[in-house]
Design a protein around this ligand. Sequence first.
Ligand SMILES: [Zn+2]
Length: 215
Amino acid sequence: MIKNKTVLFIFILATLVSYAGIIEAQRTSEIAPIDSNGPVTYFIAEGSEQSHYKKSDHELAMWALRAWEKNSGGSIQLIPGSETTALLRVYWVPASPGQYGEMWPLFVDGQRGAGVFIRPNIDALGEELAQRARLDPLFRDTIIYLTCLHELGHALGLAHTADYSDIMYSFGFGGDIPTFFERYREQLKSRQDIQKIPGLSASDISRLQSLYNTD
Ligand SMILES: [Zn+2]
């Protein structure tokens, strides 16, 4: 009987935690910089059809990685690596209602890295975003790109902010979610513009640089 109560308690707790994390799974608590003494290896996985991944999403993750690299003040240099040894790993996973992505720390031979998990199924992010994404492929790509950028920001050691202009802003602070994506989408004339427009605020960049430029 006690055992059953314990199981029930854990179930209720897990349910509460899962609702609390409806915007983003709260596994970003262990946020810290990754090891960047040498070049940082990255790996971008192929996604499954079940996750609603598109082949072109690989490029969006790549551009998000490059955006952080370019704005790191030279302190982060990215090079491709294998799945088992890369410090930064990007995966595409099936929808979990209301969740965009999440980040898990990982360690490779004692070096700190991170895995980010992106959920490219926009239909699971609410009808308003889903409808806009269906009508406008660049709006869909905006959501995937900015989600990659945000989760990679966590992977690199950046925590949430309460400033709506930051990519590290948490929707947990409120604010209009469609507008958050729309303001980036409005800057794009073509898909190629995504690699030219990083989507980082001055504060995102200075926070990154102060984490890595410690000399
Ligand atoms: Zn986050």
